[in-house]
Each structure stands twice: as C-alpha cells, then as structure tokens.
Design a protein. Structure first.
Length: 179
C-alpha cells in the first residue's frame, strides 16, 4: 500500500470512529471494555485495510470486524466471571445497528438527550451516569444506590423508555412535524 493510500485510509477510518465506538460500546457495555475492543477493532481494521473493497460500506465492514473481535474476546471471557454476549446477540445488534439512520447519535438527537437527562431528578440521573457513563454493572449501581438488582433493572428500563420518549418528542418538536 502506497503512502497516498495510507494517507487516504486514516481520514476514512476517523470518519466512522464515533459510530464504530458507539456500536462497540453497545455490545461491550462497560466503558473500559468498549475502549479496549474499539482499539483492537481499529488495529484489526488497519491490518485488513487491503481487503476492503471500495464498493463496500465502510461502517458495515468495520462493524463486521468489531463483531469478530467481540466474539474472540467473548470466548476468552467465558473462562472468567463476566458474561459476554453470545455471537447470535452480537449479530442481531449489528443487524439492527445497520438499519439505523446515519449518524443517529449525533447532532439534534444528542442535544435532545442531554436536555432530557437534565429533566431527570438527581437520583435517576445517578442511575444513568453510573450505569452508562461509568459502565458499572446493574448490581453494583443498585448496591451503591440502595436498591435490589431486580428493582434496578426495572428502574433502568423505565428510565430508558422515558428518555427515548423525551428524545423523540423533542426531535419531533424541533423538526416541526407531528406523528
């Protein structure tokens, strides 16, 4: 691969980095695990860059590499206490992800999500921050905040639904359309 081809590849990979990280974070759950998997995926993509065909969708190609990296990591993790996602679940997540509109998590929706998070009470915000920003397990968040794990799962499900409805409402309002 010539220097020009290499120089071309870096910006293309960078253009997909946010979406790739979001996908890996969805699969991995914990931020630290997602960061490791993201780096490993980028490394594998760099090594395999000559196999990429110009008529392919780069994001889809990168998610395929991420799926393989996550599966490989999952096989290694099965020997530990963590419970990785099965290959079938990873495939379904990638299939769902590929059907999302481009840049689903950027711009207007991200601003709406930030606004919606600001509307939560402090306790509910703590649940969201500890679980999704800090990547703690539900049982750990529940222990820290004085709830059972099952109550925590139920609360997080309700909070996700509430946030999704709020984001949908805000993005619909800002676009001036009604459903």
């Amino acid at each position: 691969m010539s220097r020009t081809e290499t120089d071309d590849w870096v910006p293309r990979l960078e253009s997909e980095a946010d979406q790739l990280y979001a996908f890996v974070r969805m699969v991995a759950g914990a931020r630290e695990a997602a960061e490791d998997l993201f780096q490993e995926t980028c490394y594998e993509a760099w090594r395999a860059r000559r196999k990429f065909r110009e008529n392919e969708d780069l994001g889809s190609w990168l998610r395929g590499i991420a799926r393989h990296v996550c599966r490989r990591r999952g096989r290694l993790a099965r020997r530990s206490a963590s419970a990785p996602l099965s290959p079938e679940v990873i495939d379904r997540l990638e299939d769902t992800w590929s059907k999302l509109p481009p840049r689903q998590f950027e711009g207007e929706r991200l601003a709406a999500l930030r606004s919606c998070l600001g509307e939560l009470n402090e306790n509910h915000r703590q649940w969201i921050v500890l679980r999704y920003e800090q990547g703690l397990a539900i049982a750990e968040v529940a222990g820290r905040l004085g709830r059972s794990e099952s109550a925590g799962k139920m609360l997080l499900g309700r909070l996700r639904s509430r946030l999704a409805e709020c984001v949908e409402r805000k993005t619909t309002e800002s676009s001036g359309t009604r459903r």
